[in-house]
Design a protein around this ligand. Structure first.
Ligand code: ADP
Length: 871
């Protein structure tokens, strides 16, 4: 063949056209492809070719093809030879060693194109065992790739692998080029080692930092195998990489580990003992606290070693209970004494629960041990105390009950209490509200709450309680206590209630009170003074009589005391006698004087009698004081009267006796003495006077006794009063010559009366006027008309007179005005009494008008009758 310039020009044009055509051909094909001219000179190659055969550029390729690479030289000569024979070459084998990817085997197909004349050579990598890689591994869950040659060129990689490298274009690149971030992480070196030694490497949970296309390198963990791929020759040709991303698993494990660590720390720091046992019940874990508490070592606590530190008395029981719980897979609770590191036993509470794994299989138990020594001891004390209380309550004869809590739950109640309530044993365990609803509205709930709050015991004394007994509301009376019960801390937890039924006592007391009331009323009505005195001598009661007498209020009287009213004159004697009675119980009787509200002492008859009980012990003194002042005075008057009578009688009798003796002695000596010389006249007159006086005295006394016996008989007649009065005055004048008795008759009348008695009244009045007028001798007797048909006779003197107070009393029997000297005026104190009695019997009146030291006027008045009146 020859070439002209035109030819060469054409050739150039032709060549460029060919080149552009061939480029467009090759670029559409991915498999390595080479385009040669008919002389087998290089025209073009596609990217697949460059990549596969590790050729950098066209120049380098030309150099490889023309000179350097013996494989290509060989290829060229083979092509030349075969194309000389055939237009096409099919599946001719070609292999070569590439610097990076090592030995490669290809099947070559070549064909001649006529216009322009070109030869197309395509290289198809020969399918070996790995040929079906994609099919097999693309969908595999693992990350898989095949590296070739000593530089570990990525030959193939599955989806997962590509994903982990962020879908970078790695095929055909060495590992160092494709994943440079692995530098320093040891992988390159591992690959080199596998390639060099031919020994597989298995990495487990190996951390790796890879650029997966996101901003940060991804921290992953891989399980992987680097498996060498051997050539037929036995040399290592590449490495099969199989990796599994176990990042999540590792993280989960790490987390688990962390949390387990945390838990362990936590378990070790909690103040309680924590234990875990295995399915068989053997100890599989005990936290630090156990070892600290017991002082056991891990090996000592191992298996069932933990049982060895339990108190010998508790051990068997605990072991049995624990194994039972473990077998039954039921919760375990036991309290027992656990020996601490110091050798002391302390009460602990051990509780555990069965533990199951996520699949629901039983794994053993987990539990805690808590030191409850203090509580246990307290509990024991309380239990002991409660036991004591219980036995006290049960054995008590007294109705007793125990309520707990603010709600007053009836914790215990003995039979006596239940009977008292009128209920049955079903009340136990109920609240007081529920058991005794009838207490609503009564003060007890409030009292109980109060005791619960304050702790102060409440004593109920004879308090009424309404209880429903046999469906009937019934009021009983009780002495009871509410006493707060407190625990060791001093906190109140309940109330002890003891009660005694005192209904009968209260009822009888009530009766007694009623009768006492009546007695008092009665005593108050009595004029007598009544008092009650206790065995010690204290006045416990006094009646109204005392207050009336002393004029004091109850309080004042209590304050002053009864004895302060006793007259000092009798006080000593009283005290002696009274103390004797108090000591001996003998009745007391004594007359003594008490000071009255007017400041006067009045005589009282005092009597006291002791009231004794069945044993003869003195319960009370009942004392009465009866005023006997009048009796006393009368008695005195009587006494005085007797004295006077004997004195008054003695005087005339003595005087009569004197005259008689005188006359007799004169008569005996008659011979020498003439009869005329004997003073018969005067002596007999004197005797007569005395006899008159005697007669009067005797008749007065007779009258007195008649009046007393109501046997005074009046001999009434019609007579002239004026005449009687005139004769009587004359008679009196006869013996009282020194007195000047004047009669003033302003009225002249007859009266129908007992003449002697009226005369006696007049004599009494006139002789009194004489007697009580020692200095003035003028006495006047006046007869006046009074009213229509009455006559008034007045005896007027200017003597000592009578004060107002005594004017009322002088008409009483034996009443005499006390004078300092008793003997000043003789008399019996019966004259005026008789005068008054006589007047009364004549329908008449007697009165006095007097002024002390001036004189007196005694007047009596009587009905007048006509002179010829006859009965
Ligand atoms: P007696 O015997 O004491 O005189 P009477 O009954 O006659 O008893 O009098 C009672 C008392 O009344 C007397 O003790 C005296 O104190 C008083 N009395 C009576 N008459 C007079 C009088 N004319 N003047 C003063 N006192 C009198």
């Amino acid at each position: 063949m020859s070439y002209t310039s035109e030819d060469s020009e054409n050739k150039k044009k032709k060549d460029s056209a060919i080149k552009s055509l061939s480029r467009s051909i090759v670029d559409t094909v991915q498999e390595p492809m080479l385009i040669l001219d008919v002389d087998l000179n290089f025209i073009n190659a596609n990217t697949g070719f460059y990549n596969t055969f590790e050729i950098v550029n066209e120049q380098a390729l030309q150099l490889e093809l023309e000179q350097n690479n013996p494989h290509f030289k060989q290829l060229k000569s083979n092509l030349e030879a075969e194309l000389a024979v055939n237009k096409n070459i099919e599946n001719s084998e070609f292999s070569l060693v590439l610097p990076k990817s090592g030995v490669r085997k290809f099947l070559i197909n070549a064909s001649k194109i006529d216009d322009p004349e070109l030869i197309l050579v395509s290289f198809t990598e020969q399918k070996d065992n790995l040929e079906k890689f994609d099919e097999i591994f693309s969908q595999a869950p693992a990350m898989i790739c095949i590296l070739r040659g000593p530089e570990h060129v990525f030959d193939r990689a599955n989806e997962n692998y590509l994903q982990i490298v962020g879908n970078r274009d790695i095929i055909g690149k060495t590992v160092r080029q494709a994943v440079p971030e692995l530098d320093g992480q040891g992988f390159y070196e591992m690959l080199d080692n596998v390639y060099k030694t031919g020994k597989a490497f298995t990495g487990s949970e190996i951390p790796v930092k890879i650029d997966n296309g996101e901003k940060k390198l991804k921290n992953s963990f891989l399980d992987f195998v680097y498996q060498p791929i051997f050539e037929e020759s036995g040399a290592v040709g590449g490495i099969f990489v199989h990796a599994i991303d176990i990042t999540e698993k590792v993280k989960a494990i790490r987390k688990l580990e962390e949390s387990e660590n945390e838990l362990r720390n936590l378990i070790d720091t909690v103040p309680a003992i924590i234990w875990i046992t295995s399915e068989s019940g053997k100890n599989s874990y005990l936290n630090k606290k156990w070892y600290e508490f017991t002082g056991q070592t891990q090996s000592e606590a191992h298996d069932f070693g933990w049982l060895n530190v339990i108190h010998p008395e508790d051990r068997k029981r605990v072991e049995k209970e624990f194994l039972k719980s473990n077998n039954e897979r039921s919760p375990f609770h036991a309290s027992f004494r656990l020996r601490n590191s110091e050798g002391d036993y302390r009460w602990v509470l051990d509780s555990g629960s069965p533990k199951y794994n996520s699949e629901g299989a039983y794994e053993g138990m987990i539990g805690t041990v808590i030191d409850i020594n203090e509580e246990k001891i307290k509990e024991q004390l309380i239990r002991e105390k409660q036991h004591r209380i219980r036995s006290i309550i049960e054995e008590a004869d007294v109705a007793t009950a125990l309520y707990t809590g603010r709600e007053m739950k009836i914790e215990m109640a003995n039979d006596a209490m239940i009977e008292l309530w009128g209920k049955d044993h079903s009340v136990i365990g109920k609240t007081l509200h529920e058991a005794l609803p009838e207490l609503e509205g009564q003060p007890f709930h409030e009292l109980l709450q109060n005791v619960y709050t304050t702790g102060k015991t409440y004593w109920g004394k004879e308090d009424p309680v309404d209880l429903v007994i046999n469906n009937k509301l019934h009021t009983g009376y009780f002495n009871f206590t509410y006493k707060a019960l407190s625990d060791e801390k001093g906190e109140i937890y309940g109330i002890l209630n003891m009660a005694v039924d005192v209904s009968e006592i209260v009822e009888s007391k009530k009766l007694l009170k009623d009768s006492e009331e009546r007695y008092r009323q009665m005593a108050d009505l009595m004029p007598e003074k009544v008092s009650n005195i206790d065995p010690q001598g204290n006045v416990v009661y006094f009646n109204q009589g005392w207050l009336d007498y002393t004029g004091l209020s109850k309080e004042e009287f209590e304050e002053q005391g009864l004895n302060s009213f006793i007259s000092p004159a009798e006080k000593d004697e009283f005290e002696k006698a009274w103390n004797y009675s108090l000591e001996t119980g003998n009745d007391f009787e004594m007359e003594l004087r008490y000071l009255n509200k007017k400041g006067k002492y009045k005589w009282h008859l005092n009597r006291a009698e002791a009231i004794t009980d069945a044993n003869g012990d003195i319960q009370l003194w009942i004392c009465t004081a009866t005023e006997i002042q009048k009796i006393k005075a009368e008695e005195k008057r009587k006494e005085d009267f007797l004295k006077l009578v004997s004195h008054e009688l003695k005087t005339p009798v003595t005087s009569i006796k004197g005259y008689v003796q005188l006359l007799l002695s004169l008569l005996k000596s008659e011979k020498g003495v003439p009869l005329t010389a004997i003073p018969f006249q005067t002596s007999l007159e004197r005797i007569d006077q005395q006899v008159v006086r005697l007669t009067r005295l005797i008749s007065e006394m007779l009258d007195l006794s008649r009046i007393e016996k109501n046997k005074l008989v009046l001999k009434k007649e019609n007579f002239s009063l004026n005449k009687l009065i005139a004769e009587t005055i004359q008679d009196i004048n006869y013996t009282n010559t020194q007195y000047n008795i004047k009669l003033t008759e302003e009225f002249d009348c007859n009266i129908y009366a007992d003449k002697d008695r009226i005369g006696q009244v007049l004599i009494n009045l006139v002789t009194n006027a004489i007697k009580y007028s020692p200095e003035n001798q003028d006495i006047e007797v006046k007869i006046e008309k009074e009213g229509k048909n009455k006559v008034a006779v007045s005896v007027i003197d200017s003597g000592i007179g009578i004060d107002k107070e005594n004017q009322k009393k002088i008409f009483k029997r034996f009443y005499r005005i006390d004078f300092k000297h008793e003997d000043t005026y003789s008399g019996f104190g019966i004259g005026l009494y008789l005068a008054n009695e006589i007047m009364r019997r004549h329908n008449g009146k007697i009165s006095v008008d007097s002024e002390k030291d001036k004189g007196s006027v005694f007047t009596f008045s009587l009905d007048v009758v006509s002179k010829d009146f006859k009965e």
